[in-house]
Design a protein around this ligand. Structure first.
Ligand SMILES: [Zn+2]
Length: 113
């Protein structure tokens, strides 16, 4: 489980951001987590309170924006949700695809006071 390390890094990044922008408090942090990224949203939520304890993000709410894993079929160019379709093109049945999105992990929004 590498989620704790990732969250700790984000907390450090956010504290730097607070210093640079003279922010007292961050109300809410929104992270985009792609369904195909190697990060499990549930683990993120579990480790978040541990990671922010004793930091200035202690009272910052965490919100996750989960994006779908989208692929494009190499045979017929159809664009589909990889997870819902079990990595198989619903049009032609091919399982060869190019990933278009869903591997991202980033800070989407920072709601500061
Ligand atoms: Zn296809």
């Amino acid at each position: 489980m590498h989620e704790l390390g990732i969250v700790i890094q984000i907390v450090r990044q956010m504290e730097n951001y607070m210093d640079e922008n003279n922010l007292k408090r961050i109300d809410k942090l929104v992270l985009t987590v792609g369904s195909l990224s190697e990060i499990y949203p549930k683990y993120l939520e579990d480790v978040y309170p541990i990671a922010v304890e004793d930091t200035r993000l202690k009272n910052t709410k965490l919100e996750l924006d989960i994006t779908p894993g989208i692929g494009k079929c190499k045979q017929c160019d159809f664009v589909y949700d990889l997870i819902e379709n079990d990595n198989t093109c619903p049009l032609c049945g091919s399982s060869e695809f190019t990933v278009i999105s869903g591997t991202e992990f980033l800070i989407k929004e920072i709601h500061a006071i």
